[in-house]
Design a protein around this ligand. Structure first.
Ligand SMILES: [Zn+2]
Length: 293
């Protein structure tokens, strides 16, 4: 989800629940997990830090709580500098609570979308998603931009947020219903695209991934069948999976294939390599020299 949509969705909830005064604090909390767009350099330079990437460690429960704590400390620091006039402890605690509501709302919303977030990082790097949305949906961004424009134009905030939440919930509900329908009537994992009528279906068998595209209305068409391993043993795969570059590749991939090419191992995500999925854009394949291994 884009940052503007994160800020608007929590603001709409606060307006609806009569907590309009908490919007600046919760909205700040709701956008802060995306600060990880500046962390990508760590994972680029040092592969073992692959969780320091957009959609990485700050998008876990522990990451969100840590960011909430950091914002709270920053708030206390500002209070101590006495720039702000007296604020009661109870009010301060409410503001701090709003930071946490914000950071956790970010995790909750991103959990709805592919490619998912590492909810339990750093304990486990596995990504989790409810798989309802294909990622930051341009329709959400568009509606958030309209809402921003209406605020600048001084339109009544209750009207804007009423319109915003109705649209937001309806759109989400629409994708939810589709996900349930496609999920129950397809054999495999169903991944939405920006076009709600087009879904990618990944069926996993013991040795292969069978990928097809399902167009609601015009049926299912096979896209590609990929072997999990080509001339690579299970033991070799297990060893390869310990290499930081490969952990980073797996973290960013939908499916991964291990192949032996002459004397090298080539590990890749065929669906990002062939352009079927454009995101995440980096770490689509790794070549490991056999002598290095
Ligand atoms: Zn995010």
């Amino acid at each position: 989800m884009d940052s503007l949509t994160h800020a608007f969705s929590i603001s709409a909830l606060l307006v609806a629940t009569g907590n309009i005064g908490l919007i600046p604090f919760a909205a700040l909390g709701a956008v802060i997990p995306d600060i990880d767009i500046f962390l990508g350099l760590f994972s680029k330079e040092i592969p073992k830090y692959y969780l320091f990437i957009h959609g990485g460690i700050t998008h876990s429960i522990i990451g969100a709580l840590t960011l909430g704590i950091l914002l709270s400390l920053l708030y206390i620091l500002v209070l101590l500098t006495a720039v702000i006039h007296y604020i009661s402890i109870q009010t301060s605690l409410t503001f701090i609570f709003a930071f946490f509501v914000g950071t956790l709302s970010h995790i909750l919303l991103d959990y709805l979308a592919y490619p998912g977030i590492p909810l339990f990082a750093p304990i486990s790097p596995k990504k989790h998603t409810l798989g309802v949305l294909p990622g930051p949906h341009p329709v959400f961004l568009f509606v958030s931009l309209i809402a921003t424009f209406l605020i600048i134009e001084n339109v009544n905030i209750f009207q804007i947020m009423g319109f915003y939440s109705s649209f937001f919930l309806l759109f989400l509900f629409f994708f939810f219903i589709l996900k349930i329908y496609v999920g129950f009537t397809s054999d495999g994992e169903s991944i939405p695209s920006f076009n709600p009528l087009r879904w990618t279906i990944i069926k996993e068998t013991q040795n292969d991934y069978l990928v097809s595209v399902r167009s609601l209305g015009s049926g299912i068409s096979p896209l590609v069948t990929v072997s999990k391993r080509k001339q690579v043993s299970l033991a070799e795969e297990r060893e390869l999976k310990k290499i930081p570059e490969i952990k980073r590749l797996i973290y960013n991939s939908y499916i991964v294939s291990f192949e032996k090419e002459e004397d090298d191992f080539v590990i890749y995500d065929p669906l990002r390599l062939n352009g079927h999925f454009y995101y995440p854009q980096n770490y689509k394949s790794v070549r490991i020299k056999k002598e290095d291994h």
